[in-house]
Design a protein around this ligand. Structure first.
Ligand code: NAP
Length: 303
């Protein structure tokens, strides 16, 4: 029986673990992926975390993980499939076994949103990728495209431009969600071109991706681009369906919780990108971890 079980070993989950352990609680972190870190491990460079001018996402995650483990966090790589709460104790069922605790912190983050074009899934790993840092090297000296207008798309385009012959950024509008700094950095690259007000309508190639069709939303004209890679960076979506019997989830799938990280059920907290919030950043994930961790400790003490 643990005091606190944290579901998710990303920034929010590991930050919650640090705060909970420092308050003297026993903590188990369950992570469904085979490794810790969450989304940030795919970010080549983090430049907006207060106090750390520049660090790679992987280095950040590794340091956070080591800090949590050195304090006594136990991390198990098991997929949570169900949670139960009988009022006295809470049970977390994984694909292997079940665990009991007084309090649960949900820090499940979000997964990549698919573009929604036909044959997208079939071509994953055969030209379609959701992670430029992981797969960029496979496209050295080749032509690729990036879809999206947020910071991820801009950072991906910047990263890929260092390896690829040409990078085309395809965005459905003509203004960007990503920061001005990231945009300027990409605009300065000679091998990056922009197709704005445009959308990918078709994926070409039988066994592997050989090109894409792109439609200009204003003129309705369609053109074919020869690319061997298409990096999809159109945001994230939460994965909270399995908790929907116990706690309230909004129509977009986010766990309903305010800045105090309390969910609709006592003793269950939500931290980071998985909850309803206005700003989803590394800093706010860490901040949520602290808030949820301390709230869970308070709940355990009141039990
Ligand atoms: P995001 O900010 O939500 O941007 C997603 C982009 O994809 C938007 O430009 C959106 O277009 C576009 N899009 C969404 N669905 C689409 C579809 N079906 N077809 C075509 N385009 C579509 O997502 P993100 O870039 O992954 O960033 C997520 C969060 O992490 C943000 O808060 C971001 O600032 C943060 N982040 C920060 C850093 C950093 O600071 N270093 C790095 C990466 C990410 P519209 O604009 O038209 O909606």
């Amino acid at each position: 029986m643990y005091d606190i079980i944290i579901i998710g070993a990303g920034t929010a989950g590991l930050s919650a673990a640090i705060y909970s352990l420092r308050a003297g609680k026993s903590v188990l972190v369950l992570e469904q992926k085979p490794s810790y870190g969450g989304q940030i491990v795919n970010t080549p460079k983090v430049e907006n975390y207060p106090g750390i001018p520049e660090i790679s996402g992987f280095a950040f995650a590794k340091s956070l993980y080591e800090q949590a483990v050195s304090l006594g966090t136990e991390v198990l790589y098991q997929k949570v499939i169900h949670i139960e709460d009988d009022g006295e104790r809470k049970r977390v069922y994984t694909d292997k076994e079940f665990w009991e605790c007084k309090s649960i912190i949900l820090a499940t983050g979000a997964k990549n949103r698919p573009l929604g074009v036909e044959r997208e899934e079939e071509l994953i790993g055969k030209g379609i990728s959701y992670c430029a840092t992981c797969d960029g090297m496979f496209f050295r000296n080749k032509e690729v495209a990036v879809v999206g207008g947020g910071n991820t798309a801009l950072e991906d385009a910047n990263f890929l431009s260092n390896y690829c012959r040409k990078v085309t950024v395809i965005h459905r509008r003509d203004t960007f969600r990503g920061s001005q700094k990231n945009l300027l950095r990409v605009q300065e690259k000679e091998n990056v071109v922009f197709l704005l007000n445009s959308e990918v309508t078709e994926l070409l190639g039988k066994e592997v991706l050989t090109g894409i069709k792109v439609r200009d939303k204003i003129s309705q004209k369609e053109q074919e681009l020869e690319v061997s890679g298409l990096f999809v960076a159109v945001g994230q979506m939460p994965e909270n369906e399995i908790f929907s019997e116990q706690i309230e989830i909004d129509s977009a799938g986010y766990i309903i919780a305010r800045e105090d990280c309390r969910t609709s059920r006592e003793g269950i907290f939500a931290a980071g990108d998985c909850r309803t919030k206005a700003v989803r950043q590394l800093t706010t994930a860490a901040s949520d971890g602290a808030v949820a961790g301390l709230a869970a400790c308070e709940w355990c003490d009141s039990e």
